[in-house]
Design a protein around this ligand. Sequence first.
Ligand SMILES: Nc1ncnc2c1ncn2[C@@H]1O[C@H](COP(=O)(O)OP(=O)(O)OP(=O)(O)O)[C@@H](O)[C@H]1O
Length: 352
Amino acid sequence: MITTTDLRKVYRSHGREVTALDGVDLHVREGEVYGVVGRSGAGKSSLIRCVNLLERPTSGTVTVDGLDLTALGGRGVRAGRELRRARSRIGMVFQHFNLLSSRTVQDNVELPLEILGLTRAARARRARELLDLVGLFDKAGAYPAQLSGGQKQRVGIARALAGEPKVLLSDEATSALDPQTTRSILTLLRDLNRRLGLTVLLITHEMDVVKTVCDSAALMRGGRVAESGTVAELLATPGSQLARELFPVGGAASTPHDTVVDVTFHGDTAAQPVISQLARTYNVDVSILGAAMDTVGGRQIGRMRIQLPGAYEENVVPVGFLRERGLQVEHVVQAAPEHVAQAAAEQKETVR
Ligand SMILES: Nc1ncnc2c1ncn2[C@@H]1O[C@H](COP(=O)(O)OP(=O)(O)OP(=O)(O)O)[C@@H](O)[C@H]1O
């Protein structure tokens, strides 16, 4: 539904060039909720703004619902009109809601419909339907200042849906909200995604957002996509940073000479009997260093960090035993004690 190909964005200001996007290839399938995460400055906002051409890419293409938006945006009245029409099929939700304070809730939702040229009666009817959809029918006559943050964002979402978009872009829609309100907005987005078949591309710096609503995710670093895939694929990718951050499991080994592995299993596969079978079959002492269960991408996932006596090479058979039983096993390379001391010293240096 959304494809970017070798997308580059270079900002030029005060004689300086900043490369915000350095060849981004992204593919968001129809009907999925896709999360883009990354540190501040990774290029997330630039990406989402290039997807609806609020920002013109320096090079590369953006295709939304089969239409190459980058080809539409030439100069001239016709090109401008075509781009505006295409853009009206892409809804956008902002972190700070961007509502007009002098307009009522209903008038805010009607704004894009005015631009689309709907009659007053048709606008009012559609705006009320949309307010009903986001649970704010009774607030039609209120002004933004009379609403809570969550209600303002619901108005923002209703307004974004006015042009009956197939795609909704969300730029940190929940980062100004408290955790409970965040949850209710995410539930609303998921609900709209399912009921309307809406494809949602959201950017966030909160892993919990990805965990709660996303089917797929990408990690951006330095203007590039460092990792991407469905949440299930990412969780099954050895060494995936996203998987680690989505599902952290801690615990340090008692000795650096033993083997530490992270074992991932799905909620319906009980790991505990497998671990005790392992201990019995190979007569090894298995220490559980950490464990967690959580729901990721709507599926129950469990992760356990265990310690096995001896070096990794000596544990190939027990590790194979776990893998044969369908568990995903990832070797956690432990830092040698002198490296730990050095890393701690370096960190102290940075803090100072
Ligand atoms: N209009 C602009 N002019 C110049 N440089 C810009 C502009 N917008 C963004 N940048 C730079 O581009 C890089 C990527 O910024 P961008 O806002 O896309 O990142 P981000 O991942 O969304 O960060 P954040 O999470 O802090 O919003 C940064 O180095 C930023 O300073």
